[in-house]
Design a protein around this ligand. Structure first.
Ligand code: HPA
Length: 250
């Protein structure tokens, strides 16, 4: 692929170890400030951009993330391809804690977020095709790179995006399951549709950190989430490191 790769780090990935930072860009956008400076640097000697979605240190809740500013800032720094890392709850049987998945579809249950740059003020009204919210070629590349480092990433699945920051009720999760959702998370949207509006290729690497509400044997604990994040994000880093190489060298 040719272009510039950017990574949006989620919960558990506020930094990218191995990234040699050359510049921290404080970008102002028409939508205000991004969650954090965009870090430009090298991973294995190859250029990559990185932004911490929830700020660094982690402090911005999912519904208050300035998604428009984050995506705009990445584009301003010439990003062409964006990998979003998401921590999620598992709904389907095969989405057990510590599973990695690159979803192919989205159902958006979030509300009250700024979901477009085409609002008539910053850019004229326009509609995007969003039938397939993720960029297939980038998803395929991500899956290939994961296979190279012997990490299993489930190909596809429906990401149900909830408002948060509270976790869902069991009834909400059962409704989402009936709707066809495989995983539940709070940050998948409007990130994906803004990326599409900005013509950025976009894929998600999601880590299941807990069984969604009503799907596990016991209540969801923060300790369980933190433990799964710690081990899972090591694997995410390994995959991203391989992806950076494959992205630029193939
Ligand atoms: N639901 C929504 N978002 C999440 C979850 C969950 O169970 N776990 C981590 N992020």
């Amino acid at each position: 692929m040719s272009g510039t790769l950017a990574i949006i780090g989620g919960t558990g990935l506020t930094e990218l170890p191995g990234l040699t930072i050359s510049v921290a860009h404080d970008i102002q956008t028409p939508f205000g400030a991004p969650s954090a400076p965009v870090l430009e640097g090298e991973l294995n000697g190859l250029r990559v951009l990185f932004i911490a979605r929830h700020g660094h240190p982690h402090k911005i809740p999912p519904h208050l993330v300035n998604y428009r500013a984050n995506l705009w800032a990445l584009q301003k720094l010439y990003a062409t391809d964006v990998i979003a890392v998401n921590a999620v709850g598992g709904i389907s049987k095969n989405m057990k804690p510590s599973t990695l998945v690159s979803p192919a579809q989205i159902i958006d249950y979030s509300f009250g977020r700024e979901t477009t740059i085409f609002d008539g003020e910053f850019a004229p009204l326009s509609n995007i095709d969003f039938s397939f919210p993720y960029t297939e070629a980038l998803r395929v590349q991500l899956l290939k790179s994961a296979a190279t480092v012997q990490e299993k990433v489930i190909n596809g699945g429906v990401y149900g995006v909830t408002q948060g920051p509270r976790l869902e009720t069991a009834a909400e999760i059962f409704r989402m399951e009936r709707d066809g959702c495989d995983i539940a998370g709070m940050t998948g949207m409007p990130e994906a549709c803004l990326a599409r509006e900005l013509k950025l290729n976009f894929a998600s690497l999601a880590l299941v950190v807990n069984a969604a509400a009503g799907k596990g044997a016991a209540a969801i604990t923060l300790k369980q989430i933190d433990d799964n994040l710690a081990t899972g994000m090591q694997r995410v880093r390994l995959i991203l490191s391989q992806l950076v190489q494959d992205y630029y060298l193939n």
